[in-house]
Design a protein around this ligand. Structure first.
Ligand code: FES
Ligand SMILES: [Fe+2]
Length: 324
């Protein structure tokens, strides 16, 4: 069967939530159609398993953590972080069959976010995750925010590479001083990176999922804004963000102000991006009208089309997870 290119996404590390949201209770998440349950073992390590129990398909997030293992709510089967079943209470002492095991997904935590790799751990070697270094720079105090958009991943990514929309969509906030005419928009595109110089700000994007805005020159009081995108499926994308500041760091109450403002800005984009048709970017450049100011988005499209046509690791919504 030929793959539907609107339903495949780069196989990469995607954020599923903030670390402090995952406590004692298992939680359900979805990345590129993969339903997962996340939980913490007794040492606090995060794990992600296929969401449905291999026994009778109960949702494992209804269960609880027992001795560091995830216990299903229905008949008490217990799974370790690799998805191996280690306990079947109805037949104590008997060997546990292989088909009682389930799939697990690689998990890592960086900058207060939980990241999941959407291919089962046993499938292949997993690349190291590299987060943009600003996020681990102690000079910044980070205020978190998140949003859910009913839009295709590609449209969401393009919205943050778009400079010409600032004076329209964000005329009351970040685009107050932006000019409508874009006569000079220097940018570079090298492999997975696109860097755009926009006035005093430098926008940097790392394919497929990370983006940051930082001042182009180092100043004493500086402000950054970071977002990462997670494809839930063809129709929905999650956005996790941090507003970072080097000033007023002791004023914790300011965190809310920064988070709220960033969300407000993001919300200004939402209805426009959610309205875009076709849902993903069209499959060839000529199918939409481009002008000079769209240069960085054209660079993204080229990278996306390379992804669609080359033999890069990808995940398809049409391929279910193999659980054992
Ligand atoms: S359905 Fe999970 S233990 Fe039976
Ligand atoms: Fe925007």
């Amino acid at each position: 069967m030929e793959e539907n290119i609107n339903r495949i996404f780069p196989c990469s590390w995607y954020a599923v939530g903030f670390s402090n949201e995952l406590g004692k209770k298992p939680v359900r998440k979805k990345v590129i159609g993969r339903n997962m349950v996340l939980y913490r073992d007794q040492k606090g390590g995060a794990h992600a398993l296929h969401a449905y129990c291999p026994h009778r398909g109960a949702d494992l997030s209804l269960g609880c953590v027992k001795n560091g293992r995830l216990m299903c709510a229905y008949h008490g089967w217990e799974f370790n972080g690799e998805g191996d079943c280690e306990e079947i209470p109805s037949q104590p002492g008997k060997p546990i069959p292989k088909f009682a095991h389930t799939a697990s997904f690689p998990v890592t935590e960086h900058a207060g976010l939980i990241w999941v790799y959407p291919k089962p751990a046993s499938d292949q070697e997993v690349p190291d995750f590299q987060i943009m270094p600003d996020l681990e720079d102690a000079r910044y105090r980070l205020s978190p925010y998140k949003a859910e958009w009913k839009a295709h991943f590609t449209r969401v990514v393009e919205s943050v590479l778009d400079v010409a929309h600032l004076s329209f969509v964000h005329k009351k906030t970040i685009g107050k001083r932006s000019k409508q005419a874009i006569q000079d928009l220097p940018y570079t595109h090298d492999g997975d990176q696109i860097v755009i110089q926009n006035g005093g700000g430098l926008l940097e994007y790392w394919f497929p999922q990370q983006w940051i805005l930082r001042p182009s020159e180092k100043t004493k009081n500086s402000f950054i804004n970071y977002v990462t995108f997670t494809p839930v499926d063809e129709e929905e994308t999650l956005i996790f963000g941090y507003a970072g500041r080097t000033f007023a760091k002791k004023l914790k109450f300011m965190d809310k102000t920064f988070s709220k403002y960033s969300l407000k800005v993001l919300d200004e984009d939402k209805s426009v991006v959610e309205s875009q048709h076709p849902r993903p970017i069209p499959e060839a450049l000529r199918m939409e009208a481009h002008v000079y100011a769209d240069g960085p988005q054209i660079a993204f499209r080229k990278r996306w089309f390379d992804f669609l046509t080359a033999d890069e690791e990808h995940v398809s919504l049409d391929q279910p997870v193999k659980v054992y």
